[in-house]
Ligand binder design. Structure first.
Ligand SMILES: C[S@@+](CC[C@H](N)C(=O)[O-])C[C@H]1O[C@@H](n2cnc3c(N)ncnc32)[C@H](O)[C@@H]1O
Length: 446
């Protein structure tokens, strides 16, 4: 990897060596030889001008539209975009999340494309990669007919589940459902089902649709949280909390559902998001699967920078159930579309399908960077009457590298990207102090 390293690949960092020792200690539980590290490895701290030197909040103000679990820093995306593509190139992230890569690519004069199966991820990617200027967007917003009187939108409110009502003041809920009706006049929100087409774009051409999409993204960012602009009872900003918990916690602590003017909150938020200006280079957001990329993308992509799910380390659909409700989706339907499995073979096969698609859409010689974390999977095995706790270290990057080679890629390097465990949100079988010890970046070339 020319330009990228200032050390030879075989010079491995202390941290990388330590991780090998952990691997060896657990080797008795590991069944196949894919766990052997057989690719050149280095630490992110050995990279020239590494993104590790940047602050976590580095980057354009639009990046902070919403917090969503599992995202990587814009500086990491920028590192690879700047070095492995040029202005005018097409940069793809097929697991787009909140649109970090796609936005960073647009800001760097590339065409950023983000694909994700989660509707709120699509909405955020779209809102960031369209070119909408704050003052014009405000003009559009101010002419929408929004109702704050629950009696005037009783029919719409009847459809709202009790679990949603836990979060909102009656007046805010009335504004939310009437705003949703207004935005839906300009483009479809969640009215298409996954069965209709494996791929669809909700974006319609035309300015009103773009303004509507922009405001949907801004709204998703304040739909829940605890800031002065958040529309819900004080709760987490980055994931939608369990309604039962919020109900109980609010009652015990006397939390009040805030009565807010939704339009004014949106405008203030947008103003902040555009502190560094509007995005001026259009990109593209697609709601769909990384396992089945659009035929039209074949050999059009110059660079891929992405981060797929790491087994069940994040529960994306459940974590975003409220945002998905607002968009007209049931999180259980979204969950069925996500790559979410604790079974290594199933995960490997999913990754193979994705990497074969990535190989197809990339131009010959193009680079792909795949960020994945190690996970520790805990299970209990039974031998006769005896139960044994088994901890299995899964180095997800090795699975990616294996499947990438099978799909035709050359694995050039694996970069170990150290992260403090406390900065990650873990769920499922992972406890806060265990799960994601280390992110690794698998560097691939077609
Ligand atoms: C690690 S996150 C990506 C975060 C992103 N890099 C960011 O900075 O926001 C993985 C993403 O994969 C998405 N996902 C899961 N299964 C998918 C699939 N089959 N196709 C496309 N996206 C999928 C999830 O919704 C989630 O947004």
């Amino acid at each position: 990897m020319p330009a990228l390293l200032n050390r030879k690949p075989e010079q491995r960092s202390q941290k990388a060596k330590k991780s090998s020792r952990v691997n060896a200690a657990l080797a008795k539980y590991l069944s196949t030889d894919i766990w052997q590290e057989s690719w050149p490895t280095t630490s992110s701290y050995t990279l020239i001008d590494t993104w590790k030197n940047e602050k976590r909040n580095w980057g354009h103000s639009l990046h902070s539209m919403a917090s969503r679990s599992g995202s990587f820093p814009p500086a990491l995306a920028d590192y690879f975009i700047q070095r492995f593509s040029k202005p005018g190139d097409t940069v793809l992230d097929p697991f787009s999340g909140k649109g970090t890569t796609a936005l960073q690519a647009c800001l760097g004069g590339r065409i950023g494309i983000g694909v994700d199966v989660a509707p709120e991820a699509y909405a955020l990617t779209a809102a960031k990669t369209i070119c909408v200027e704050h003052n014009l967007a405000v003009k559009y917003l101010r002419q929408l007919k929004i109702n704050s009187d629950p009696r005037k939108c009783a029919a719409l409110l009847k459809e709202v589940p009790d679990n949603v009502k836990v979060f909102y003041h009656d007046s805010v809920l009335a504004q939310l459902v009437s705003l949703r009706e207004e935005l839906a006049k300009d483009f479809s929100i969640g009215y298409l089902s996954y069965d209709e087409a494996p791929y669809f774009e909700l974006r319609k051409p035309g300015t009103r649709a773009q303004y509507a999409q922009y405001w949907l993204g801004v709204l998703i960012g304040i739909l829940h949280g605890s800031s002065e602009l958040s529309l819900s009872v004080a709760c987490s900003h980055s994931f939608s909390m369990a309604p039962g918990y919020v109900r109980k916690y609010s009652a015990e602590h006397g939390l009040e559902k805030p009565d807010r003017d939704v339009i004014e909150c949106l405008i203030k938020r947008s103003e902040k998001l555009q502190t560094d200006g509007a995005n001026t280079r259009p990109g593209r957001a697609i709601l769909g699967s990384a396992m089945k990329l659009p035929a039209a993308l074949t050999e059009t992509v110059d660079l891929m920078v992405t981060s797929p799910p790491y087994f069940t380390a994040q529960t994306y659909a459940w974590d975003n159930w409220l945002r998905e409700w607002f968009m007209g989706f049931d999180f259980k339907d979204v969950r069925k579309q996500t790559l979410h499995t604790a079974v290594v073979d199933k995960y490997s096969e999913g990754m193979y399908q994705h990497l074969a698609e990535a190989y197809r859409v990339l131009k010959p010689g193009a680079w792909a960077f795949v960020v994945v974390g190690d996970v520790i999977k805990k299970s209990i095995t039974k031998l006769g009457k005896e139960k044994t706790k088994v901890e299995e270290l899964i180095i997800t990057a090795n699975i990616i590298a294996t499947e990438a080679e099978r799909a035709g890629f050359k694995v050039e390097m694996i970069i170990n990207d150290d992260i403090p465990p406390t900065s990650r949100y873990n769920s499922s079988f992972l406890k806060q102090d265990q799960g994601l010890k280390l992110d690794r970046i698998v560097c691939l070339r077609k």
